[in-house]
Design a protein around this ligand. Sequence first.
Ligand SMILES: N[C@@H](CCC=O)C(=O)O
Length: 554
Amino acid sequence: MYFRAHICKQLGNRGSKNVANWFTSLNLRSISTLPFATIEVEKVSGSQPAEVQNLVQGKWIKSSNWNTIVDPMNGEPFIKVAEVEKSGIQPFVESLSRCPKHGLHNPFKSPERYLMFGDISAKAAHMLAQPEVYNFFARLIQRVAPKSYAQALGEVSVTQKFLENFCGDQVRFLARSFAVPGNHLGQQSNGFRWPYGPVAIITPFNFPLEIPVLQLMGALYMGNKPVLKVDSKVCIVMEQMMRLLHNCGLPMEDVDFINSDGKTMNKLLQEANPRMTLFTGSSKVAEKLALDLKGRIKLEDAGFDWKILGPDVLEMDYVAWVCDQDAYACSGQKCSAQSMLFMHENWNKNSLISKLKDLAARRKLDDLTVGPVLTLTTETMLDHVSKLLKIPGAKLLFGGQELQNHSIPKIYGAIEPTAVFVPLDEMLKDKNYDLVTTEIFGPFQVITEYKNDQLPMVLDALERMHAHLTAAVVSKDPLFLQEVIGNTVNGTTYAGLRARTTGAPQNHWFGPAGDPLGAGIGTPEAIKLVWSCHREIIYDIGPMPQNWGLPSPT
Ligand SMILES: N[C@@H](CCC=O)C(=O)O
């Protein structure tokens, strides 16, 4: 993306220090003059808390129930979210119910809306490419889901590029149909992409902009009417983005935006009965929703994502750097984060671990290259480390300590980038396997080692895992890549010397495989699969066969 290249060049000239300060010191147009924004991102604080509202039936509404969000960096209450209570869901239920099953548009109804969304995407992409706008969103993401400026900007960049991809005619091309000649004159079958109509989207805290925008726009493009719920801790980002989209022409009534607790959302889903719900988040909630919604759901849930370093040791510094980014960028809070590294013994002989340790030591709270963990406490994570260290042969490779000199509130976690070594044979034992493969959504990974003849054990470990989201096979040997890819299932698998587990841009399908409920995000295939179903219209218009006579019954 051109603005990314521009920024990187600037950053290169200045070093990566204090990037946020550098941006705020730029002579940017005052944030309050952004045509859509209702907040000033640098001013949101305990003394000037921001408010987040709900949108239903085309109107922004407050609520008498305010949920206070604390600043993850210092515990100050800094955002007030108007949360809809159970008694307040009726307008949302009515709004969804007004949308028929055949959607707001489809190939036979209001096709001009496909073009309208092409225009909205073009305008929104252009707007997000303006420095004052992308900086606004990158900083807002940093305020609520602390990550480095580069990581926050990466999220804005993926979103901007995604919108560019669906400008002009690209939305209508998503609904491309096909025709197959029939058995006789006048018969022809046509396959169409059909919307579900009323739908729901539930998204997590870790990508406050990228995940909701990509899913929301996909839902809209295909003709659905979504109600969107984003994790309350970060919902302010999407609330502001909704305002940007309205500014770019999105009709106010096309999307409802709700803030509530999980129970209220569950009640809304039960009563409004959306035809499809897309859930991105933890496996536990996903399983409950699948039951409650009787399977009318698609999921992008947890990933215990792994990387295998093959026997050929090459480009050690590069591979070590990718491992560090995959395990610890965003403090390990990506669904794609590297949770387990299987390293061929040749890498261990070549000091990979000491390189990983040095790279992890560069991370600091000042620039948010390591920061608060929003779903686990320090105690829970360190407790997990101690349990792993009781396994025979296990050892702490680095980390394992609370961050120093921080004011991250106790409800959140704050640990150094951490790696624990667990021997492969111990990991595979039934009594250890579940513990070793428990996903810790923080700056934490397990590292293990294998020898040439132990690849089947590694593949066995992978076969026994439950969530199959991202994976990386690092090797130049095509036969090795073939062997590992052919015996595994992860939906987004990178293969080759530069393989990674994280950082999927909008042009890579991102989603789990091996699960009929698995959803995808980003690409045209993901949009079509998640947000539309197949409808076949078989035209059979005649003429009647010559000399047709009444056949015997069959
Ligand atoms: N692009 C992000 C994932 C977004 C999730 O749906 C990554 O690669 O970690």
